[in-house]
Design a binder for this molecule. Structure first.
Ligand code: SF4
Ligand code: SF4
Length: 438
C-alpha cells in the first residue's frame, strides 16, 4: 500500500441559496483581468438547467478526439495522421456563446436618465443552439426559471431520466449546484495536454497549469468533461481554478469557502491509495464507479495507514489534518456525500451532500412531519426532487446510494431536533439508519 494526500471539498447543497458570493469573490481574486472576462472558476448553476458552459454534460457534443480507455484519456483510434489532425484542429470546444458574453450597465445613463412612466421591459437574451430564448444573462442561464416544459427540455440529464421526470409546472423543482474544478485523482486535462503544462501536485493533489509551458493547444478544455479549464484569449494560455493554493499553503481556506454565505463548503485533507486509482477508474459498470472511488480512500485513524503515510513522506500535520477533516467523515464514514458525475471516470474530488428536501417535502405532503422518526423510513415514492435526477448527477443513475444518504441526513436532523428539544434519544432512528442499504 502507498498513501498520498489530497485536498478535497464537500458541499452541502441543502444550504446553498444561490447568492453567487463565492463566484464573485473568486472572480475578484483570480479572473478580474483582460482575457478572462467570461471565465468563472467558481460558478453556481440552477438545476435542472443547462449549466455553464451550456450543455457541458452532453459529452457527445464535446468529446473531441479523445476517449477513455482503461481509465486513461487517449486519442481516438483512426491512424496517426487523423489523430494529429484532431490534435491540431481541436474543433470540439465550447464557443463564447456557450459561456456568456460579458456585459455591463451603462452607468451614466442608468443614473442620469430622466424619470419616465414605464418600467423597462427588455429581457436579457441568450441563444440555445441558435434559437433565441429569453433567459437571464450571465453564467447561470437558468436562474429563477425552475423546472417547466419549455425551460428544462434542454437539460441533458432530464433527457436521460426521461419519463421518470414529468415536466409539469406544478411539479417544478430546483436547487443550486456550485461548481469548481474537481482536482480529480485521474485528471483527463493532464492526460490531454500535449505540452506537459497541466500537472497534479504530488503534495496536495491540486491540479495547475504551468503558464511557461502552456502552448495554448486547448486540449485540456476539450479533455475536461466538467469544462473547468478556460482559455485566456489575451495571453493565449489555459487557466483554471487553483484551489487557492497560495492560501492553502498559508493555512487559509479557499476564497469561495471563506466567503460562502451558506457556510456549506467543507475543505479538508483525505488520504488515498494511488495504486487503486487506475483500477477504480476502469470499472466496467458505471454504477460501480462511486463505490470503486470510495474504495481508494484510506481511514486516517487506522494506525497502519498513518504509519505508511509517514513512510511515504506525508507530513505529520497533514495526517492530523486528515483525521480532523470533516471531508473523509462525510464521504466515507457517514456516506452522505457523493461525487459529481463519477461516470466521467476522472475521480472527482469535490463531493456533494444531496438536497434533503425531497424526503421532508414528500412526507410533509402526506400530512406528517417529515422529520419525525416514525416517518423517516416509510415510502418515499413521490419526491419533490426526483431521486432519478439526483442519481443521474451523483451516482451514474443508481438511486440506492442517494436514497441511503438522504435517509441518513433525515435521521440526523430528527436526532438533533430531539437533542435540541431536550428529549431522550430515539433508538429507532439509529436502528433505521443501520438498516439502510448503500
Ligand atoms: Fe482537470 Fe477538469 Fe478534473 Fe479539473 S475537473 S482536474 S480541469 S479534468
Ligand atoms: Fe451557494 Fe455559498 Fe456560493 Fe452563496 S456563496 S451561492 S450559498 S455556495
Amino acid at each position: 500500500m502507498r498513501v498520498m494526500a489530497q485536498v478535497a471539498m464537500v458541499m452541502n447543497l441543502d444550504k446553498c441559496i444561490g447568492c453567487h458570493t463565492c463566484s464573485v469573490t473568486c472572480k475578484q481574486t483570480w479572473t478580474n483581468r483582460a482575457g478572462t472576462e467570461y471565465a468563472w472558476f467558481n460558478n453556481v448553476e440552477t438545476r435542472p438547467g443547462q449549466g455553464y458552459p451550456r450543455r457541458y454534460e452532453d459529452q457527445e457534443r464535446f468529446k473531441g478526439g479523445w476517449q477513455l480507455r482503461h481509465g486513461r484519456l487517449v486519442p481516438r483510434s483512426g491512424g496517426r495522421l487523423r489523430r494529429l489532425a484532431r490534435i491540431f484542429a481541436n474543433p470540439e470546444l465550447p464557443s463564447l456563446d456557450d459561456y456568456y458574453q460579458p456585459w455591463t450597465y451603462d452607468y451614466e445613463t442608468l443614473t442620469t436618465a430622466p424619470l419616465g412612466d414605464d418600467l423597462p421591459t427588455a429581457a436579457p437574451r441568450s441563444l440555445i443552439d441558435g434559437a433565441p430564448m429569453a433567459v437571464t444573462g450571465g453564467p447561470n442561464w437558468d436562474d429563477d426559471l425552475g423546472g417547466g416544459p419549455e425551460h428544462t427540455a434542454a437539460d441533458p440529464l432530464l433527457e436521460r431520466v426521461g419519463d421518470q421526470v414529468r415536466l409539469e409546472y406544478e411539479q417544478a423543482f430546483m436547487f443550486y449546484l456550485p461548481r469548481i474544478c474537481e482536482h480529480c485523482l485521474n485528471p483527463s486535462c493532464v492526460a490531454a495536454c500535449p505540452s506537459g503544462a497541466m500537472y497534479k501536485r504530488v503534495e496536495d493533489g491540486i491540479v495547475l497549469v504551468d503558464q511557461d509551458r502552456c502552448r495554448g493547444w486547448r486540449m485540456c478544455v476539450s479533455g475536461c468533461p466538467y469544462k473547468k479549464v478556460y482559455f485566456n484569449h489575451r495571453t493565449g494560455k489555459a487557466e483554471k481554478c487553483t484551489l487557492c493554493y497560495p492560501r492553502i499553503e498559508a493555512g487559509a481556506p479557499t476564497v469561495c469557502s471563506e466567503t460562502c454565505v451558506g457556510r456549506l463548503r467543507y475543505l479538508g485533507v483525505v488520504l488515498y491509495d494511488p495504486d487503486r486509482v487506475g483500477e477504480a477508474a476502469s470499472v466496467p459498470d458505471e454504477k460501480q464507479l462511486y463505490p470503486a472511488q470510495l474504495g481508494c480512500f484510506l481511514d486516517p485513524d487506522d494506525p497502519k495507514v498513518a504509519r505508511t503515510a509517514e513512510e511515504c513522506g506525508i507530513p505529520h500535520e497533514w495526517i492530523t489534518a486528515a483525521r480532523r477533516s470533516p471531508v473523509y467523515a462525510l464521504i466515507a464514514r457517514h456516506r452522505v456525500a457523493l461525487p459529481l458525475h463519477p461516470e466521467y471516470r476522472t475521480m472527482p474530488m469535490v463531493w456533494y451532500i444531496p438536497p434533503l428536501s425531497p424526503i421532508v417535502d414528500a412526507l410533509a405532503a402526506g400530512g406528517h412531519d417529515g422529520e419525525d422518526a416514525g416517518n423517516l423510513f416509510g415510502a418515499i415514492g413521490s419526491l419533490r426532487i426526483p431521486m432519478a435526477y439526483l442519481a443521474e448527477l451523483f451516482t451514474a443513475g443508481d438511486t440506492a446510494p442517494v436514497e441511503a444518504a438522504l435517509r441518513r441526513l433525515a435521521a440526523m436532523r430528527a436526532h438533533m431536533r430531539r437533542v435540541n428539544l431536550g428529549e431522550p434519544p430515539d433508538p429507532s432512528i439509529a436502528e433505521g439508519v443501520a438498516m439502510t442499504p448503500g
